[in-house]
Design a protein around this ligand. Structure first.
Ligand code: ZN
Length: 136
């Protein structure tokens, strides 16, 4: 059993941004050289999120719009100190980690599944931890 650790930095240019990071995560798995096991992806932040969905540009735009509109409220208490309560709430609902199966040296994703990073309070640079545990 081997354990591999690495970090990925995700830079955003806008306040809300959806980015397909599947290729970066797969590259870390290839660096790890683990062919069978589990890949754990974890964000060190409270106003971004990780999810699996299609990387289709229209859907990514829909997700971005939904995040911007669904969580908007004029009366958040946290906004008195930080003006980003909607981002915190959206991050909590979406989640900040993914646990993914590794098979034959690949992340075993469904045909349409991509790893999406949701920036909810950018522009910022985010750090994600990648842990891969398994057999070489
Ligand atoms: Zn805040």
């Amino acid at each position: 059993m081997e354990v591999y650790s690495s970090r990925i930095e995700v830079r955003s240019g806008k306040r809300v941004e959806v980015r397909d990071i599947t290729r970066e995560v797969q590259a870390r798995l290839e660096e790890a050289g683990i062919v069978d096991g589990v890949l754990f992806l974890f964000s060190l932040h409270t106003t971004n999120a990780l999810t699996l969905n299609e990387g289709e540009p229209g859907l990514m735009e829909d997700l971005k719009r939904w995040v911007e509109e669904a969580f908007a409220r004029p009366d958040y208490q946290h906004d008195r100190i930080d003006r980003n309560a909607a981002a915190h709430v959206a991050a909590s609902i979406t989640g900040n980690s993914l646990t993914l199966p590794v098979e034959e040296g690949r992340i075993a994703l469904g045909a349409w599944q991509r790893i999406l990073h949701l920036e909810l309070d950018g522009p910022r640079t985010r750090t994600l931890i990648v842990k891969v545990i398994g057999k070489k």
